[in-house]
Design a protein around this ligand. Structure first.
Ligand SMILES: N[C@@H](CCC(=O)N[C@@H](CS)C(=O)NCC(=O)O)C(=O)O
Length: 318
């Protein structure tokens, strides 16, 4: 694992010393938007019009943030319109790579060996982390956006007039409730598992893991009287929660020590996760081989021998 400093790759683990043992996530830097007419979005510059076959998505099947984008691409039927690359699950001294391996889809655009080359191609002086997902413009050869919450939003609606499937996962009338729930889910769960798992001090881990399970308890209660987090149908916040829950027992419970309870011990959350897993073709975006091999294999400070556990055996049927 590493990062780019003025376009040069440095192999370096997260710095938690300067933050007292806490893992602090950095903001994504590429923030342009694809829009129906090519006008600027809520952030960034204009010029990225929704056109079939113009954009490419770089993801990791292991990564929950990338999976949000992958799920939206699937729900909106954009597979033919937005091409895809999938990195190798192992993230080592060169960060994400396109090294051959099970289910890897190489980079057809730059033929890069490493994802950081996509970043330096777009900005030869880039400084920062090299993360997935990355939404890339093949026409102008630049990164449009590398922030999954924004990529989800643009895929939700920008391509509606050029052949996307119907479905609005961020409906106008529910936006304020969705935003509020997104905040809880992001801080409490999506980033919560990382804050527990990457903590480097006992008291920080205990504090974070307790907070995580308090939010899971709250969500379990919330789902006792309703099927979805907000309103009567699935919205983006359900998919944002799903990507963490679907990894919970296979990766976070063991590798990140989020083990106060298994997800399967929560009847409502477990029912909900299985339902979303079986929704349309969403299960095709969930790759447990990549998930387990990435987490257990890529963090030597947590699991130095990189042994990947065989279990658990999960029954996803509904
Ligand atoms: N805020 C970003 C976070 C993306 C992210 O952290 N992705 C992880 C994989 S799960 C990554 O690529 N990490 C590489 C690194 O931090 O060096 C988003 O939501 O898109």
């Amino acid at each position: 694992m590493g990062l780019l400093v003025e376009g040069e790759w440095h192999d370096q683990w997260y710095d938690t010393k300067s933050t007292g043992g806490h893992f602090v996530r950095k903001d994504s830097q590429f923030r342009n938007w694809i829009t129906k007419d090519g006008g600027a979005g809520p952030t960034g510059e204009a010029g990225f019009k929704a056109e079939p076959n113009r954009y490419h998505l770089y993801v990791s099947y292991a990564c929950p943030w990338a999976s949000r984008a992958l799920i939206m691409r699937k729900l909106k039927g954009l597979e033919e319109m937005i091409s895809l690359s999938v990195v190798n699950p192992y993230m080592g001294e060169n960060g994400w790579t396109f090294e051959e391996g099970k289910d890897v889809i190489k980079d057809p655009i730059l033929d890069a060996d490493y994802l950081y080359q996509v970043y330096t191609h777009a900005d030869s002086n880039y400084s920062g982390r090299v993360t997935v997902p990355v939404l890339y413009d093949k026409k102008t050869n630049q990164i449009v956006n590398n922030e999954s919450s924004e990529i989800m939003r643009m895929l939700n609606s920008a391509f509606d007039e050029v052949g996307a499937l119907p479905g609005d996962y961020y409906p106008e009338e529910l936006r304020s409730q969705i935003d509020e729930m997104n905040d809880k889910v992001y801080h409490g769960v999506n980033n919560g598992v990382y804050k527990a798992g990457f903590a480097t001090k006992q008291e920080v881990y205990e504090e974070e893991v307790t907070k995580l399970f308090n939010v899971l308890d709250e969500l379990e209660e919330h789902l006792s009287t309703r099927n979805y987090l907000v309103g009567e149908k699935l919205t983006e916040v359900d998919w944002r929660l799903f990507v963490t829950l679907v990894r919970f027992d296979s990766a976070y419970y063991g590798h990140f020590k989020c083990n106060i309870r298994e997800l399967r011990e929560y009847p409502n959350l477990w029912r909900y996760t299985r339902e979303l897993y079986n929704y349309k073709e969403v299960k095709e975006t969930v790759n447990f081989y990549h998930i387990k091999h990435h987490y257990y294999g890529s963090h030597p400070t947590i699991n130095p021998n990189r042994i990947v556990p065989k279990g658990p055996e999960l029954d996803w049927s509904i």
